[in-house]
Design a binder for this molecule. Structure first.
Ligand code: PBG
Ligand code: ZN
Length: 333
């Protein structure tokens, strides 16, 4: 009798014919609340709420509107947020003075958020670009290039201000060499090193997928681009060296950003640093691409597949604007 059947180990389909068995075949890819971090845009005006035009269902909130919105999500299991401050009234200057002034929306909100949500982990993005007149992530020299030393000093000062205000995690997104060490040193000098951790945007690429975010934050560079500090999209080598640099400087958590086109970098980073929890940032452009799917069931399926694949590639926590939707989906499962 002729048979196509070659050898028993090539018969796979007996191993995943129901959903319980399929779960066993997908280890470490579950999406639980601690695997999700929600980015939020915080306005100066406490009572304002504004939709983000390029990102359906994403809003910018003043604190008084944010608290009830977050309350609902915390009830659904939300465990961590990443806060971005947006200023329209406070002045923007060459060194981003409004990033850590006493009227900065993040500095003002952190103590109140801690009080309102004692169980919620509060991460603060640390960067100068939303606050500088030139829109770059550091301080510039007269020639318009990044002035490294004062940039790192400013970034460490801003991180310390957020730490003092109550952030559990400070997350520098500027990509300057040496800023992780400067931040850790500042935390140690202020006896905060055992209460605040540092999430480094370690492998952040100069991506065109940050467009909707920059519109939202009004943080586009006035001149030039960010290619001299963010990584070239084709460079796995620089991504490896950037992660190595930040681990050596004392980063607690690493990140790859954007997410989906960079899953090889996620795997590479996780393999090299298995003992550092790895974040992935599903950025604004990725959000917009998935959110434009009209059929909501189809959209949810695409979203969950994408998040599962990020977990499979090695991400421990996914920063996503879809957090509210993900929490509703998983709380029903
Ligand atoms: C700024 C910053 C950016 C993002 C997070 N922090 C934009 C940039 O570097 O130009 C992107 C987030 C997103 O697109 O969702 N340092
Ligand atoms: Zn920046």
């Amino acid at each position: 009798m002729n048979s196509l059947f070659l050898s028993p180990q090539h018969v796979l389909q007996g191993g995943y014919f129901n959903s319980t068995l399929r779960k066993l075949q997908e280890p470490n890819t579950s999406i639980e609340p601690h695997n999700i971090m929600y980015p939020i845009f915080l306005l100066e005006d406490d009572d304002a709420v504004q939709p983000v035009s390029s990102m359906p269902n994403v809003f910018r909130y003043g604190l008084n509107k944010l608290i009830p919105a977050l309350g609902e999500l915390v009830n659904k299991g939300l465990q961590s947020v990443l806060i971005f401050g947006i200023v329209e009234k406070l002045p923007k200057d060459s060194r981003g003075s409004s990033a850590d002034c006493k009227d900065n929306p993040v500095v003002k909100a952190l103590p109140k958020l801690r009080q309102a949500f004692p169980q919620l982990t509060l991460a603060s993005d640390v960067c100068l670009c939303p606050y500088t007149s030139h829109g770059h992530c550091g301080v510039l020299t007269e020639n318009g290039v990044i002035d490294h030393e004062p940039s790192v000093k400013r970034i460490a000062d801003v991180a310390l201000a957020y730490a003092k205000a109550g952030a559990h995690i400070v997350a520098p997104s500027d990509m300057m060499d040496n800023r992780i060490k400067a931040i850790k040193d500042a935390l140690v000098a202020n006896k905060l090193q055992n209460q605040v951790s540092v999430l480094s945007y370690s492998c952040k690429f100069a991506s065109a997928m940050y467009g909707p975010f920059r519109d939202t934050m009004k943080s586009s560079p006035m001149a030039g681009d960010r290619k001299c500090y963010q990584l070239p999209p084709g460079s796995a080598g620089l991504a490896a060296r950037a992660a190595e640099r930040d681990v050596a400087e004392g980063a607690d958590f690493l990140m790859v950003k954007p997410g989906l086109p960079y899953l090889d970098i996620v795997r590479q980073t996780k393999d090299r640093y298995p003992n550092h929890p790895l974040f992935i940032y599903q950025v604004s452009g990725e959000y917009a691409m998935i959110a434009q799917q009209k059929d909501s069931n189809e959209m949810q399926t695409i979203l969950l597949e994408t998040l599962t694949c990020m977990r499979r590639a090695g991400a421990d926590c996914i920063i996503t604007y879809f957090a509210p939707l993900v929490l509703s989906i998983i709380s029903k499962q």
